[in-house]
Ligand binder design. Structure first.
Ligand SMILES: [Zn+2]
Length: 336
């Protein structure tokens, strides 16, 4: 996994994995159009920098530093992404959380990393960073991203190593779309890729519009009703959905996983910009707000139940009993 879990950008991934192993310091600027996967690569690079066992594919994924990274609990990685309340990040935030922090040594990892999306940085904030970018500590790395480097100050660009993302091939784009919309037929995948301008984010959103929207909607209604419904009612509704998507129990399971993921995201980050299922966002927000007894821990146990169900399908266990066992566990966790 690690870098290889990201499709495309082979040269860049190899280069960044090598940089991470070398433990270089300094500042990198990943540039490419919006939706081209810069953030995904930036995150994976930061993780590799954190990991003491990073190899040619980046982070090991199992050490404690990798775990802290995945749980967003490491003090050694600072992310500056889109602010929830203003257009740009406030300059005071940059001064307090980036500039000041960049003079301190890392606490757990060997490298302290700052991932900063320059699409949300005004001139003042960019200027505030100049000195830190020019003379970073030996154990500090800045990973900057930009969708439009024309809006980045020349004085910034002259202090960073720019890495331009490569264009994606059609095959890579199809693979990316397939991974995100497994229920979409071949022709629709091709059409999404064709109309995407070779930008994966765009291809995914075109495909999403076309795929399983109604199924996700139905699953979401069942999940939202779960806390106040009896197990028998839940089971009946669920059997109806399963009957109409009979051959695709994996898709039904992935729709439940997406719902659980969205609910957890909205508990942790109520203002987050994007969830998996934006169409049902309001309903999921209401679900989270009106069910304060549901914690991310409970949602995590529900996710575990779905994964158990998927594993059971793989070994051809009895479908009906596996599905009802999953539902029963989810119902137990979510009911009021
Ligand atoms: Zn690791």
């Amino acid at each position: 996994m690690a870098f290889s879990s990201i499709t495309g950008q082979k040269q860049i991934k190899m280069r960044l994995a090598a940089e991470a192993r070398r433990r270089g310091s300094g500042a990198y600027m990943l540039s490419g159009p919006a939706g081209s996967g810069k953030r995904l690569i930036a995150e994976e690079f930061a993780k590799a920098l954190m990991c003491p066992d990073a190899g040619s594919d980046g982070a090991c994924g199992v050490c404690s530093n990798c775990k802290y990274f995945d749980n967003f609990t490491t003090p050694d990685v600072t992310r500056v992404y889109e602010p929830s309340d203003t257009k740009n990040v406030k300059v005071d935030f940059i001064k307090d959380h980036v500039v000041a922090e960049s003079y301190l040594k890392p606490q757990f990892a060997r490298t302290k990393t700052f991932i900063i999306d320059f699409d949300y940085l005004g001139v003042e904030s960019q200027n505030a960073l100049l000195k830190s970018l020019e003379e970073p500590r030996k154990d500090v790395v800045f990973i900057l991203t930009s969708s439009n480097t024309d809006q980045v100050l020349d004085t910034v660009m002259s202090r960073v190593t720019e890495i331009k993302l490569d264009p994606y091939s059609e095959e890579e784009l199809e693979e990316i779309v397939k991974a995100n919309c497994p229920d979409l037929d071949e022709a629709k995948i091709k059409s999404a890729v064709y109309n995407s301008g070779r930008i994966p984010g765009k291809a995914i959103s075109l495909a999403m519009e076309d795929s399983g929207v109604s199924l996700r909607h139905e699953i979401n209604s069942i999940m939202i009703a779960m806390p106040t419904s009896s197990y028998i009612d839940v089971l009946e509704d669920f059997v109806d959905v399963l009957t109409s998507f009979k051959d695709d129990s994996k898709i039904v399971a992935s729709a439940i996983l997406l719902f659980l993921d969205d609910a957890a995201r909205l508990i942790n980050y109520p203002d987050c910009r994007k969830i998996n299922n934006e169409l049902d966002r309001e309903a999921i927000e209401t679900f989270v707000a009106s069910n304060k007894h549901i914690s991310t821990l409970k949602l995590g146990r529900c996710t575990e139940a779905v994964n158990t169900f998927l594993r059971a399908l793989e070994v051809n266990s009895n479908f009906d009993s596996s599905a009802s066992a999953m539902l029963l566990r989810i119902h137990e966790e979510l009911k009021k």
